[in-house]
Design a protein around this ligand. Sequence first.
Ligand code: 48H
Length: 258
Amino acid sequence: MSLDEIKISEAIISSYTSKLIGSLELDVAIVGGGPCGLCCSYYLAKNHLNVAIFERKISIGGGMWGGGMMFNKIVVQKDAKKILDEFGIQTTIYQNDYYIADSMEAVSGLCFKATKAKVKIFNLLSAEDVLVKKGIVCGVVLNWTAVEMAGLHVDPLTVKAKIVVDATGHQAEVARIMEKKSTIRLNTPSGKVEGEKSMWADVAEDFVVKNSKEVCPGFFVCGMAANAVFGGPRMGPIFGGMLLSAKKVALEIIKKLK
Ligand code: 48H
């Protein structure tokens, strides 16, 4: 059988289009495919919710690939090790509460389980705005990252979602958009994004779990974005808080939607 280039093109265009059309009305839209977005998406999809991740870059994994200063290992605590176990990601004990995982295995393991649970991952797409109606966040406005990078004037497309999750990391990009464009007050002391503080791992790891939550109707933050929104410190290359915050938010969303 000879291969037909047009069939190859048609297969890609039609299957991608049907994945995109199946994502126009979501239960949960997650912006950012870092460790937090990936982990959160898995628990949601495992509970039969229609979930998509929109990731700006070509690769998912965010800041996890680089470990600490490009030493591609990550540290997690005992509680979070249980989450890695659930994903089938190997860990070795370093000392007491410190476990080590390989960042390559960690990212690919999170992604593998998420996609197997039927999370739809769209890379190369950036959230440039949110859909807000009557004080409720109800969708995400998307454009190709290439359009953003080229500075082209191309109008975006929109997906609807019962819940939008900001898992965009340090920049808390979706929350920043809300702050700038929407009249909704965030559930923070100032009503706005408080801004991330300097390193303090111990405090930061508790802070991220505590503050990963709904910040205004229909809109949750998790992972590093939660510390930026609520004014918590950073923690460096320990990823337990990211995973625990992701699972916490997923369970809260499941409870809210069911
Ligand atoms: C689409 C977007 C947009 C957008 C950003 O940075 P991340 O890895 O975030 P988390 O919270 O999953 O994990 C944080 C962790 O990696 C980290 O940085 C830690 C622990 N730091 C501690 C310290 O002290 O430094 O992933 C966020 C993802 C990235 O892949 C971005 O490309 C993506 O979100 N993203 N995607 N539309 N507008 N903004």
